[in-house]
Write a protein that binds this ligand. Structure first.
Ligand SMILES: C[C@](O)(CO)[C@H](O)COP(=O)(O)OP(=O)(O)OC[C@H]1O[C@@H](n2ccc(N)nc2=O)[C@H](O)[C@@H]1O
Ligand SMILES: Nc1ncnc2c1ncn2[C@@H]1O[C@H](COP(=O)(O)OP(=O)(O)OP(=O)(O)O)[C@@H](O)[C@H]1O
Length: 294
């Protein structure tokens, strides 16, 4: 049977407002998810003879059973009774605990790939709901649109943003999302703003920030330094709960210029914003080829 190679793109939170805390401990928020054209790559080889799920190479400090790729595949098997398996390869480029949603994106790519290869055809709504049980960031990657989000990040309204480039810097620290959301000093009472006004540029500039930033800056001086450094080139912002910081730039040439100046010791990359996820573009192409080949 054929193998399928698919991207698992990164996301940025162009803004992140925490507007409350729910009884289950999760936080209600407003965010603008920007999907990027860069990320990890996954290769799926379906198995008809066994329901084994294997993943290689292993990720440092993540047991195979805890890897979101394996958890997504097992979840699909449990929910559908599917007895097929898969050998999966993961080419990891995104930093872990970076706020780029790497694990969540890996899970979404796995859900969509195996839904196709195993012939399950669950549909996007069901896959997004299953994804939400794996993490709050999974549904946006399943649906595949740059989007305004509310709820815990699962109520999504696709938006078309102007073409934009970004420089993303990864200060060499890994940050636990749960630890930031659990911090007593976290801002949890931001007012709810209007999506329409924010996207029309009618909201105050102060809206284009991340409520996790002050806590993360205080706990991780390296993130503080990266934000201060990048801010000389534009509106430097934290993504998710960090550790990555980013700055929007008008074009690739400007991004290259900033990249050349990044001090030693920080990893950095440039990426283009994508209103439609590269995962969905690649999967549409693969499905088209399958149909053409009968
Ligand atoms: C910070 C963001 O990256 C913004 O896009 C996401 O909200 C985080 O999404 P995620 O990593 O998929 O988060 P999950 O794996 O679901 O949750 C990790 C931990 O973060 C906290 N969490 C997460 C999302 C949310 N809206 N409220 C929370 O309080 C919870 O304590 C949870 O135990
Ligand atoms: N396939 C995976 N890729 C990355 N991390 C994984 C994966 N599977 C499980 N994890 C676990 O999830 C944690 C968070 O990883 P991830 O890279 O998604 O962080 P993040 O970019 O901060 O995510 P988010 O922005 O969604 O909070 C890791 O520290 C790791 O323990």
């Amino acid at each position: 049977m054929r193998a399928l190679t698919l991207p698992a793109p990164a996301k940025l939170n162009r803004l992140l407002r925490i507007t409350g805390r729910r009884p289950d401990g999760y936080h209600s928020l407003q965010t603008l998810f920007q999907i990027l054209d860069s990320g990890d790559t996954l290769r799926f080889l379906p198995r008809l003879d066994s329901d084994d799920i294997t993943l290689s190479p292993a990720l440092a400090n993540v047991a195979e059973a805890d890897n979101l790729v394996v958890r997504a595949a097992r979840l699909l098997q449990q929910q559908t009774g599917c007895r097929q398996g898969a050998a999966i390869e993961l080419e990891k480029r995104l930093p872990m605990g970076g706020g780029l949603g790497g694990g969540s994106s890996n899970a979404a790519t796995t859900l969509l790939a195996l839904d196709h290869l195993w012939g399950l055809n669950l549909g996007i709504d069901r896959l997004a709901a299953l994804g939400l049980t794996l993490g709050a960031d999974v549904p946006v990657f399943v649906r595949g649109d740059t989007a305004w989000a509310e709820g815990i990040g699962e109520q999504l309204v696709p938006v078309d943003l102007a073409p934009c480039w970004f420089v993303v810097i990864h200060p060499d620290v890994e940050i636990s999302t749960a630890a930031v959301f659990g911090h007593p000093g976290l801002t949890r009472d931001s007012t709810v703003i209007s999506m329409r006004r924010a996207l029309a540029g009618a909201a105050p500039d102060a809206v284009w920030r991340n409520d996790c930033e002050s806590i993360v800056r205080a706990l991780y001086p390296e993130v503080d330094r990266a934000l201060s450094w990048l801010d000389q080139y534009g509106n430097a912002t934290l993504t998710g709960t960090g550790a990555c910081v980013f700055c929007p730039l008008d074009d690739e040439a400007q991004a290259d210029q900033v990249l050349r100046q990044v001090p030693d010791g920080w990893q950095a990359f440039k990426a283009r914003g994508s209103n439609r996820s590269p995962l969905h573009l690649a999967l549409d192409t693969a499905k088209g080829l399958d149909r053409a080949q009968g």
